[in-house]
Ligand binder design. Structure first.
Ligand SMILES: NC(=O)C1=CN([C@@H]2O[C@H](COP(=O)(O)OP(=O)(O)OC[C@H]3O[C@@H](n4cnc5c(N)ncnc54)[C@H](O)[C@@H]3O)[C@@H](O)[C@H]2O)[C@@H](O)CC1
Ligand SMILES: Nc1ncnc2c1ncn2[C@@H]1O[C@H](COP(=O)(O)OP(=O)(O)OP(=O)(O)O)[C@@H](O)[C@H]1O
Ligand SMILES: [Mg+2]
Length: 365
């Protein structure tokens, strides 16, 4: 912001500092931080790729007494027993990757997100995810949902672009299924490559025909290297069809307690063990094959199969429905910002490595 002509410089600076403090302590800012505590840049030095300029500032090993850093506090943590768990400095991460507001930027540069979800039963979940993406700072937010859900979701907000494309079994005759399924994929594919990140699952429902169509969409997104956040019924889908995310470094799973339990049972063939929680989460990522998992709970614990990071900033004590949907929409925006930040800040040599390896080691969102 430029200084107004004729204004006393000291008074102006004081006013700006005051505004900065007001913003830093405002409820809106704190709420954003809580919603946004969802990034996973790599901790200090994970081979084969690290972020020397940022890692030391963003992370610190969990320690036994709270201390302060210039960019935020590092909290004590014993949430995960066993291997080292790093507390992410979420505020520093968000500050670093947030794109600047400048006049040369055009619509879409701050992120184009799509939510695949919303059916006759659930219209709130895709709305929460999609509107959160906009509130966090994305420029465009789309929803691909069933025809029944579309008008309802449109009526919640004129800011969302809603596509009434998906179909549930009850509205499709058996002999039409193949043609409807391919039509749905063609329709979604026309849009897909425009998105910086998609969120699959909030309010998707569990209709088998619908889930088959969404499986095709996920395969298409994967071929196009589009980062994919999998949440809600998307997790139900992939738990029963792990091939959809296996070996995909651009897949980010955001299970709640129940969804995590189902994943552990399916993949590791055992129950969740809090005594070895960090190792179990790491192993789960490895077994699925290089995906990133954010296990939601009292602390959100995130792993890419190599390291474990957590964010234990306290949010709201309410546990109402929809908070996870808000999180998944937010994660999608941070993912697109983090990816853009990494791509535009690395040395040319590393950039070429990124392109040849298709950025396959960037599971640091
Ligand atoms: N307004 C809406 O439209 C909403 C729709 N939602 C959608 O509803 C569908 C089903 O999601 P659910 O999360 O209900 O399905 P889940 O099958 O994952 O969870 C259902 C069960 O898990 C239990 N549970 C959840 N958290 C728990 C915890 N911390 N400890 C113990 N038990 C716990 C719940 O009480 C419930 O019985 C998804 O598509 C989801 O996106 C939810 O996101 C909530 C809001
Ligand atoms: N026990 C808890 N204490 C504090 N915060 C929690 C707790 N459980 C979850 N959270 C926070 O709430 C957010 C949403 O997680 P939650 O487990 O409610 O997701 P969800 O069940 O998928 O929600 P949704 O109803 O949207 O589907 C997470 O970011 C997490 O940090
Ligand atoms: Mg959920």
């Amino acid at each position: 912001m430029s200084q107004p002509t004729g204004a006393c410089p000291h008074a102006w600076r004081h006013q700006q500092q005051h505004r900065g403090r007001m913003w830093a302590t405002s409820r809106a800012f704190r709420r954003q931080l809580v919603l946004l505590r969802s990034l996973l840049p790599s901790p200090p030095s994970p081979p084969p790729y690290s972020f020397p300029s940022v890692a030391g500032r963003f992370f610190a090993p969990s320690c036994s007494s709270p201390s302060s850093t210039p960019s935020g506090s590092i909290r004590a943590s014993h949430a995960m027993a066993g291997s080292a768990v790093y507390e992410a400095d979420a505020e520093a991460v968000v500050r670093r990757i947030t794109p600047p507001l400048d006049r040369s930027r055009h619509k879409g540069q701050a992120g184009k997100i799509a939510v695949i979800g919303g059916c006759r039963e659930y219209t709130g979940a895709p709305y929460f995810a999609a509107i959160s993406a906009l509130k966090v700072g994305a420029d465009l937010s789309h929803v691909f949902c069933t025809k029944d859900a579309a008008t309802v979701i449109k009526s919640y907000s004129p800011e969302l672009i809603v596509h009434p494309i998906l179909e549930e079994s009850y509205s499709v005759r058996d002999d039409e299924r193949a043609s409807v399924s391919s039509k749905i994929l063609t329709e979604v594919a026309k849009w897909l490559e425009r998105f910086d990140c998609i969120v699959v699952g909030p309010g998707l429902g569990r209709d088998s025909f619908l889930l088959d169509c969404v499986s095709n969409i996920m395969k298409h997104a994967r071929q196009a290297n589009i980062p994919t956040v999998v949440d809600g019924d998307g997790l139900f889908l992939i738990t029963n069809n792990l091939g959809l995310v296996e070996g995909n470094p651009f897949a980010i799973l955001t299970p709640n307690v129940y969804e995590y339990k189902r994943l552990v049972q399916k993949v590791l063939n055992c129950d969740v063990n809090e005594e070895t929680a960090a190792e179990q989460l790491t192993l789960l990522c490895q077994k699925i094959g290089g995906v990133t998992i954010m296990r939601k709970g009292k602390a959100d614990v995130i792993s890419d199969g190599k390291t474990v990071t957590q964010v234990s900033t306290f949010g709201s004590p309410r546990r109402c429905g929809g908070q996870g949907d808000i999180l998944s929409g937010s994660v999608a925006v941070f993912t697109s910002w983090a990816r853009h930040f990494i791509m535009s800040n690395e040395e040319p040599k590393e950039k070429s490595w990124l392109s040849t390896a298709q950025e396959s080691s960037i599971t640091c969102f």
